[in-house]
Design a binder for this molecule. Structure first.
Ligand SMILES: [Zn+2]
Ligand SMILES: [Zn+2]
Length: 259
């Protein structure tokens, strides 16, 4: 097995995903507390001291609140693009030891090749990641308003995709949230709905796709059942019923998935 992945926590309360190869162990985002990160890694048999690095998608709190702790207390290297780093430094004044990557340019951490790609979201320089090792490929894209051509291209040929399935469109419309917030969430720089996630996955799914992991679910404008049903239906319609669709949780880990 070339790549292992476990979503340690997902949702607007905090996001963190563990990705590992034979030689390399990283986290994507650092949005759950240092203590919770340590506990949840322990629950899948991983000691936090063995994590090499954190790669950050964007500066929103639910993706970066534990960065200082993970860097200072646990010695993880930090990777971000200049827009995200600038936005974090401005807010935190933390002066963290960053490794800067360029959006669109692949880089390597050990035997893991990481390609950050641009996604539309209301932050400075948000990215998703495609990661490769020994012929295995995973794609991670949360916090995306719409699935652009670039997003679709990068998620093609993946064995495993972690994709945002944020809200049910009618639940969002009918919710008591202020109009402006609804517009933000549903907008081109907001969050991907179940329906759009299903369409995207059905379009990019290739021979290699085995598993789809639904992430960043809204707690009041979605339910795990609705998200699963919508994305499964979209896959079934395309004759892709064999693809496994998994759920993520704000307060607990997924299974440790292998591709
Ligand atoms: Zn965000
Ligand atoms: Zn988020």
């Amino acid at each position: 097995m070339a790549l292992k992945l476990c979503v340690l926590g997902s949702g607007s309360s905090g996001n963190c995903t563990y990705v590992a190869t034979e030689q390399t162990r990283i986290l994507v985002d650092a949005g759950i507390s240092g203590k919770a990160t340590e506990k949840r890694l322990h629950s899948i048999g991983v000691d936090i001291s063995t994590i090499d690095a954190v790669c950050v998608t964007h500066e929103h709190d639910d993706h970066r609140s534990a960065l200082s702790v993970l860097s200072r207390r646990h010695g993880m290297a930090l990777y971000g693009n200049s827009g995200t780093i600038e936005a974090i430094e401005r807010r935190e004044r933390a002066d963290l030891p960053w490794n800067i990557f360029t959006t669109g340019s692949p880089f390597e951490i050990g035997d893991l090749r990481i390609e950050p790609f641009s996604v539309p979201h209301d932050s400075y320089e948000p990215v998703g990641f495609a990661m490769d090792c020994d012929g295995a490929r995973v794609g991670i894209a949360t916090d995306i308003g719409i699935a652009t051509t670039l997003v679709r291209e990068r998620l093609r040929d993946c064995n495993l995709i972690v994709i945002e399935s944020n809200h049910d469109e009618s639940l969002l419309r009918e919710s008591a949230r202020p109009w402006a917030l609804k517009q933000r969430i549903a907008g081109r720089q907001g969050h991907l709905s179940n329906e759009r996630a299903g369409d995207l996955i059905a379009e990019v799914a290739g021979q290699a796709l085995r598993t789809v992991v639904l992430a960043h679910l809204s707690s009041d404008c979605n339910s795990p059942e609705l998200a699963l049903r919508t994305v499964k239906n979209a896959l079934d319609t395309q004759g892709l019923g064999h693809v496994s669709v998994r759920m993520t949780y704000p307060d607990r880990v997924t299974d440790l998935l292998e591709v």
